[in-house]
Write a protein that binds this ligand. Structure first.
Ligand code: VIB
Length: 220
């Protein structure tokens, strides 16, 4: 069993709370109020900037050159691809890059990103990967599931978002991360470490749920 599958099974309630959140359901059936999606999108842009810093920390925490290159790929994927998707989506609704960059961070955004950074700073590469994993692998699972349910149909206003995360390019990124996580666990995981790694994974899932909830709460 892959290391990620083991964590997912042991954190089943937190994983379900995150990947089957009401925000995700409404995104899939197209009923999510636009103001909720927009708030989410702006916060996600700010989230990704901090997330890129956390990924950059993985370069520093890498025990080998191979790990350093894998970390660097992640930083580049965020800075060169992921942030531009947000700018593109936001432009559909008349929001500019400057609107995104000047928005204040909401508390769930601060809580999640600082949690990931702290997990990395106080731990090693495996701890950091455990905190990053729900984010990277959860979106791949959500994208693939929603697409499988036909949620990216033409009349869904959030079809572009679903296309992005269900697309081959992102699915490959997620697969690469799962393999890398597995390699690290094979190198450094010992039995006594597992509870802490699982706890980091569970907390990140809870913070992802809070992030969706922040979007839902934006409905005035
Ligand atoms: C709250 C939140 N969680 C996860 C993602 C997904 N995500 C984060 S970084 C990245 C690129 C990885 O190479 C992707 C897809 C997100 N956007 N926002």
């Amino acid at each position: 069993m892959k290391f990620f599958e083991r964590l997912k099974a042991d954190a089943a309630p937190q994983w379900a709370g995150y990947t089957r959140h009401a925000f995700v359901k409404q995104l899939g059936d197209g009923t999510l109020p636009l103001e909720c999606f927009k708030h989410y999108l702006v916060q996600d842009y700010l989230f990704l900037i901090q997330f890129a810093r956390a990924y950059a920390l993985a370069v520093y925490k890498s025990p080998s050159l191979v790990d350093m290159r894998r970390s660097l790929e992640g930083v580049k994927a965020i800075l060169d691809v992921e942030l531009d998707l947000h700018v593109e989506l936001c432009s559909q609704w008349d929001m500019q890059r400057s609107d995104l960059e000047n928005a204040p961070e909401d508390t769930p955004t601060m809580a999640y990103t600082r949690f990931v950074l702290d997990a990395g700073m106080s731990g090693d590469l495996l701890d950091l990967q455990a905190a990053l994993a729900p984010c990277i692998l959860g979106y791949a699972e959500i994208g693939a599931r929603l697409k499988g349910e036909g949620a990216n149909r033409g009349d869904n206003p959030y079809g572009r978002w679903i296309e992005e995360y269900s697309g081959e390019q992102y699915q490959d990124v997620a697969q690469g991360f799962a393999d890398w996580f597995d390699d690290t666990a094979n190198q450094v995981l010992t039995g006594h470490r597992y509870p802490r790694v699982l706890s980091l994974f569970e907390k990140a899932c809870r913070l992802e749920s809070d992030f969706w909830q922040m979007g839902l709460n934006a409905k005035g």
